[in-house]
Design a protein around this ligand. Structure first.
Ligand SMILES: Cc1ncc(COP(=O)(O)O)c(C=O)c1O
Length: 457
């Protein structure tokens, strides 16, 4: 390697940076993929090669990469007041305006917003709220949380425990809080032969009920679900699933946390995934598209029932004793508020609905490819699953990393997508994408599948 003074940027990365969700020895060999700039739905590497960002970064840059209004909103706020906190009655203008706006657009019966910095922090706080709530109403045993296999809810000790993916638990001694992982609503893999979506949903609700009874309903505080599972594979639930799940939860007095960190803000063709699937949550967690990720921010939204209990509990204990230095950061809040204004002015929900037809057609067309066993999508999120044999659904050996090969081939064709568990390829482009750009994106994916097909044969 070169001397420290003459290291390239990539070499410095390899020498000094420790990367999340990365095979560290492979990184030592291969180095980083450095993104230098962005424009609309495109990002450019150091050599100025252009890529369609088919994953919106990490399912988050909804308004693309050069939205001037967000840059101006941050700059204005930083010049006026770069930092105030929300502890001990302190507040600031953008955080107040954003809380009001979030409550006004929130799904169901939400009445309050608590601002945080990320999705994991939002989920962690939601769990603390479930615990605080049950202590305050005199049901201190209701502390277990039900999550689902293949769920992704973050990486902190609590949110990582709720995540239902082994690679998040392994080596970190998770789960470390009381959690039950119920079955995942993935019809293609978990469904029985000839089972309809509705029958599958009925069976999943019965499994949930059996899990609740086995764990003792009086010890279960909440159920958490992404309306569409994101990092676990962009898994779209079967029809009637959430209706049947909610009926079971109601029967056993279990709170519903809708984790809208990916689905929130139009991704599924409604402002919230909860609206797409008729969910009436007690708690909503959101982040990512809340600010189009121009600055870090997340929120936990709660209904009045929880808020009233928090008031009582905080009186008894002296305070509601939780918060983060940057929760309600004025610059992040100003950017989030501007993001929500842009969504409203440009009717982003309608734009997603208008684009979702072309997006869905192109994903479904991929399932004609000999490598693709299954496709799924809603709004502007979707995935395919790579299989070795379409008729038996047999997969390639895990070690072959076939989906990772497709992802690498797509990059050669100027498209960034993501390999997800179970040899899936996920698609989640910026919401501002046009029909022509959707075509360009899937032309690249089609070519990538052809490349890998050739390589495998
Ligand atoms: C549904 C969901 N919840 C929580 C998180 C965690 O968010 P963050 O990475 O901001 O901590 C993610 C991240 O992808 C997510 O998809």
């Amino acid at each position: 390697m070169s001397t420290a003074a003459s290291l390239s940027l990539a070499e410095k990365d390899q020498r000094y940076a420790l990367h999340p969700f990365t095979n560290l020895s492979a990184h030592e060999q291969n180095g980083p993929f450095i993104i230098s700039r962005g424009e609309g739905i495109y990002v450019f590497d150091e050599q100025d090669n252009r890529y369609i960002e088919g994953m919106s970064g990490l399912w988050c840059t909804s308004l693309g990469y050069n939205e001037k209004r967000l840059i101006n909103a941050a700059t204005r706020q930083l010049e006026k007041m770069p930092f105030t906190h929300m502890f001990t009655h302190r507040s600031n203008e953008p955080a107040i305006e954003l809380s009001e706006k979030l409550v006004s657009i929130a799904p169901g019966d939400i009445t309050r917003a608590f601002l945080v910095n990320s999705g994991s922090e939002a989920v962690d706080m939601a769990i603390k709220m479930v615990w605080f709530y049950h202590n305050a109403i005199g049901k201190p045993n209701k502390k277990k949380i039900i999550s689902r296999k293949r769920a992704y809810h973050g990486v902190t000790i609590a949110s990582g425990s709720l995540t239902g993916l082994p690679y998040v638990h392994d080596g970190f001694d998770l789960p470390a809080i009381p959690v039950i992982h119920t079955e995942t609503p993935y019809l293609y893999r978990v469904g029985e032969t000839d089972e309809t979506e509705a029958d599958f949903a009925t069976r999943l609700a019965a499994t949930l009920e059996a899990d609740i009874l086995a764990a003792d309903p009086d010890t279960i505080g909440a159920f958490i679900a992404e309306p569409v599972m994101g990092a676990g594979g962009a898994i779209v639930p079967p029809e009637t699933y959430f209706d049947k799940i909610q009926a079971v939860l109601k029967k056993y007095d279990i709170l519903f946390i809708a984790d809208e960190v990916i689905c929130g803000f139009a991704r599924t063709g409604n402002m919230w995934g909860s609206q797409t699937y008729n969910i009436n949550p007690d708690i909503v967690t959101c982040a990512k598209q809340l600010s189009s990720s121009y600055l870090p921010i997340g929120a936990v939204l709660i209904n009045q029932k929880l808020y009233d209990a928090f008031v009582t509990g905080s009186d008894q204990l002296g305070m509601f004793g939780s918060g983060n230095t940057y929760g309600g950061h004025p610059a992040s809040a100003a950017v989030a508020l501007e993001t929500l204004n842009i969504y409203e002015e440009r009717n982003i929900v309608q734009h997603v609905r208008d684009r979702s037809g072309r997006f869905g057609e192109r994903i479904d067309a991929l399932s004609n490819h000999s490598l693709v066993g299954h496709s799924r999508h809603v709004g502007l999120i979707g995935a395919i699953e790579i299989v070795k044999d379409k008729s038996t659904k047999e997969q390639y050996p895990v070690g072959d990393k076939t989906a990772a090969k497709v992802m690498a081939a797509a990059k050669n064709h100027g498209v960034i997508v993501r390999a997800v568990p179970g040899d899936g390829i996920a698609f989640c482009p910026p919401l501002i994408i046009s029909d022509e750009q959707i075509d360009d994106m899937f032309d690249g994916i089609q070519a990538a599948l052809d490349d890998v097909r050739r390589e495998l044969s």
